[in-house]
Design a protein around this ligand. Structure first.
Ligand code: TXA
Ligand code: MG
Length: 365
């Protein structure tokens, strides 16, 4: 199969949004040739990778069995890891969702469209190949013009996990999708880098006890502020070992977000780190370090990658850039990566969740 990469001149549409509002921008996008082609490909059971505000998603129409099965196949995704569904308007929620708690309604009002996936009880009329047979489903409305215009054109639910091969870092550029899935998807819509760079927060709102299932761009603190109550966060999230996490959400038991090289998270002094690096180098290993740019000259290695480009210490720029950093190390073919660790507050909790997984919980204290 030949993968077609179609560019969307997103700046033009953002300009329309700025001048005339979102509805007008969506209307014009729905007349764009690439968007029309992608929507019709989806309706015909094809796979289309498209941008969202978090990461690029690999989409299939949720009700087409073969297309959804194809997602699992091309990503090599384990079948017991359910897909999240994307919707373009709230009206269709009633058709599939059994009930919405007060908390769910509040979160929808404040955070949709946006990077928050809600786990809800479905009515039993969603295909089991998309829910992995569970009585709940993950669903969100993305805050991205391209994604929304396609969702509105197909007028259905789109199942879309991140458009990477399972275990690899999620794609924040169309070229990342191409790296992983060239020849395996029909169309990639390219509208440049995604705005946020980290996946959506996944939260279970099926009962009164609201539980975090995956940290994401929206923080627990922001959710608690809206709900005016505590969100349950399993303490396994704060631990340095992985086995405790596997029961919380189906996807959490798998290795994730990882660069190809062996990665370690470090909290030790730069002097100690230098000793470790020197020892590895003496064994002929090519060493990469991942640092914030204010730590630029603190350690000597073969390859330097900076979390934050030139925005010193800005966590939003770290979020946006994190997965591209991992892929840079792949490009430079390093053997070992030492990545600076952070304290786990606010958005750094999510950044650390991804870093721990990428390092497979190898941590130097
Ligand atoms: O930002 C995002 O969420 C991106 C973009 C493309 O929307 N999508 C994404 O999807 O990250 P995916 O499939 O890579 O991650 C969805 C997560 C997985 O960890 C999965 O296990 C969990 O949501 N999940 C899905 N359905 C679930 C359910 N019914 N119960 C518990 N967890 C569920
Ligand atoms: Mg994923």
């Amino acid at each position: 199969m030949k993968t077609e990469c179609l560019k969307i001149p997103i700046l033009d549409f953002l300009e329309i949004e700025k001048k005339y509002g979102k509805e007008k921008a969506l209307e014009s996008l729905k007349k764009n040739d690439a968007i029309i082609k992608a929507a019709s490909a989806l309706k015909n059971g094809k796979l289309v990778a498209f941008p969202t505000e978090t990461v690029y998603g690999l989409g299939a129409l949720a009700f087409l069995k073969e297309a959804v099965e194809n997602i699992f196949k091309v990503k090599s995704r384990p079948l017991d890891n359910p897909l999240i569904l994307h919707l373009g308007s709230l009206e269709c929620l009633d058709k599939w969702i059994a009930y919405l708690t007060k908390d769910a309604l509040k979160l929808i009002e404040v955070f949709w469209p946006g990077p928050l996936t809600l786990i809800l009880k479905h009515k039993g009329n969603l295909p089991s190949f998309v829910t992995s047979g569970l009585d709940t489903v993950g669903i969100r409305m993305p805050d991205n013009l391209v994604a929304l215009s396609i969702l509105q054109l197909v007028d259905s639910l789109i199942a879309a996990p991140s458009a990477n091969v399972s275990g690899r870092p999620s794609p924040t550029l169309a070229s990342h999708v191409l790296e992983d899935l060239n020849g395996k998807v029909d169309i990639i819509l390219d509208s440049g880098p995604t705005k946020l760079g980290l996946e959506s927060t996944v939260i279970d709102v099926t009962t009164e006890k609201v539980c975090l299932l995956r940290p994401g761009f929206i923080t627990v603190e922001e959710i608690e502020e809206v709900l005016q109550k505590k969100v349950f966060v399993d303490e396994a999230f704060f631990k340095d070992t992985k086995h405790e996490l596997k029961l919380i959400a189906p996807g959490l038991k798998y290795k994730h977000y990882a660069p190809l090289a062996d990665m370690y998270l470090f909290f030790c002094s730069f002097e100690n780190l230098q000793q470790i690096i020197d020892k590895e180098k003496s064994l002929g290993k090519k060493i990469g370090v991942l640092l914030t740019s204010n730590n630029k000259c603190r350690v000597e290695a073969d390859v330097y990658v900076y979390y934050d480009l030139d925005d010193i210490g800005n966590p939003l720029s770290i979020s946006r850039n994190l997965y591209a950093c991992f892929r840079k190390f792949d490009f430079f073919k390093v053997d070992v990566i030492y990545a600076q660790g952070f304290s786990e507050k606010g958005i750094y909790f999510t950044i650390m969740n991804r870093l721990k997984k990428a390092a497979n919980y190898k941590i130097i204290r």
